[in-house]
Design a protein around this ligand. Structure first.
Ligand code: SAM
Ligand code: ZN
Length: 313
C-alpha cells in the first residue's frame, strides 16, 4: 500500500524524544508508521516500539513498514484513550518517550472513499475507525440546526456557522445530503469566498471531522495518561495542526508542570501539589523549507514535556 504520508517535523521529534538504543517508545498515532520507523531504526534488539492507531488501513501499512526493524514492535488497533489498558495488556510499564502526531493522515484525506475531503466527491463518512457507527452523514443530516451551528463555530471557528447550519437544514428538508461534494457546494453557495482564507468548506469539514471522531474531548485525559506512563526523564512530544488542539495541549502541559496551586493570599502552601513534568521550551514550528516541501506541515506545532523525578517533585 502506498500510504503517501510525509512525517511532519521528523528531525525535531527525534531530537525531542532523545531516542536511546535500548529504550521503550509509544507512538499513539501510528499512521503508516513514518515517525515510528525512524524511532525504531535508532533502537537495538532490546528496544521496543508500541504503535496505536484506530484506523485499520494505518495498521496494515505500519505493519508492513515496520516489518524489517531490529527492535521489538507491537502494533495495536485502538483508541489512544485506552493507552493504559493497551500497555497493561502488553505488559509494558513505563516508557522513555511517547509521541502524538494528531489529526488525520494524508492517506485518510486522499482516499476519496473515506469521505474526509471537500476536494473529492464521495459519501459523507470521515470515521477514522470504521467500526464506529456515527458518520459525517449522521451529523450533517440528523443534528438540529443549533447543534450544527455550535459545532461549526466551536470546532471550525467558522464565522458564518449559523448561516451554513441554516442552509444545511433547508437543503436536507428536500432530500438527505449524501456526499462531500453536496456539502461543499452548499457551503460555497452560502459564504463569501475570501482571498487568503483557503477553500470556504475547509473549516466546516474540520468541524464535522472533529465531531465524528470526538477528537477534542478525549485529548486532555489521554495526555495525562501518557504523562503517567513516562519514566523519570522520559519525554512526551505532541504535534498539533490547529489552534483548538494546541490550546488543549498547552493547557494540559501547563497544569502538569505547575507546583503549588494554593490561592495567592495563602501564607503557606497547603495543597502540596507537585509538578509532574517540566516544559521543554516553547512550541516549535516547522522550518520554512519543510513547509515549502509539505503544505500539510504549515499549521504544525510541536510541544514537549519531560517527566520529573522524586527529587524534583
Ligand atoms: C497525522 S497521522 C500520523 C502519521 C504518522 N505519525 C506518520 O509519520 O506516518 C494521525 C493518525 O492518528 C490516528 N488517530 C487519530 N486520533 C486517534 C485516536 N484517538 N486513537 C488512535 N489513533 C488516532 C489517525 O487514524 C491517523 O492515522
Ligand atoms: Zn500549595
Amino acid at each position: 500500500m502506498n500510504f503517501g504520508h510525509v512525517s511532519v517535523m521528523l528531525g525535531e521529534v527525534l531530537d525531542a524524544l532523545d531516542v536511546k538504543a535500548h529504550g521503550k517508545y509509544l507512538d499513539c498515532t501510528l499512521g503508516g508508521g513514518g515517525h515510528a520507523k525512524a524511532i525504531a531504526q535508532r533502537l537495538d534488539g532490546d528496544g521496543l516500539i508500541v504503535g496505536i492507531d484506530r484506523d485499520d488501513d494505518a495498521i496494515h501499512a505500519a505493519e508492513e513498514n515496520l516489518s524489517d526493524v531490529t527492535c521489538t514492535v507491537k502494533i495495536v488497533r485502538g483508541n489512544f484513550t485506552e493507552l493504559d489498558k493497551i500497555l497493561d495488556d502488553l505488559n509494558v510499564d513505563k516508557l522513555d518517550g511517547i509521541l502524538f502526531d494528531l489529526g488525520v493522515s494524508s492517506h485518510q484525506i486522499d482516499t476519496a472513499s473515506r469521505g474526509f475531503s471537500y476536494m473529492k466527491d464521495s459519501p459523507l463518512d470521515m470515521r477514522m475507525d470504521r467500526r464506529q457507527s456515527l458518520t459525517a452523514f449522521d451529523v450533517v443530516n440528523t443534528y438540529d440546526e443549533a447543534r450544527l451551528a455550535k459545532i461549526f463555530h466551536d470546532y471550525g471557528e467558522e464565522r458564518f456557522s449559523k448561516r451554513i447550519a441554516a442552509a444545511v437544514c433547508r437543503t436536507r428538508k428536500t432530500s438527505p445530503i449524501e456526499t462531500t461534494g453536496q456539502l461543499a457546494r452548499i457551503i460555497e453557495q452560502t459564504v463569501p469566498r475570501t482571498k487568503n482564507g483557503g477553500h470556504p468548506a475547509k473549516r466546516v469539514f474540520q468541524a464535522v471531522r472533529i465531531e465524528v471522531n470526538g477528537e477534542l474531548e478525549i485529548l486532555s485525559d489521554a495526555l495525562k495518561s501518557a504523562i503517567g506512563r513516562l519514566k523519570v526523564g522520559g519525554r512526551l512530544a505532541v504535534i498539533t495542526f490547529h489552534s483548538l488542539e494546541d490550546r488543549i495541549v498547552k493547557d494540559t502541559f501547563k497544569r502538569a508542570a505547575q507546583g503549588c496551586i494554593c490561592p495567592k493570599n495563602f501564607p503557606v502552601c497547603v495543597c502540596n501539589h507537585k509538578p509532574e513534568v517540566k516544559l521543554c521550551g516553547k512550541a516549535q514550528l516547522p522550518t520554512p523549507d519543510e513547509v515549502n516541501g509539505n503544505s500539510r506541515a504549515s499549521s504544525a506545532k510541536l510541544r514537549v514535556v519531560e517527566k520529573l523525578g522524586g527529587a524534583s517533585q
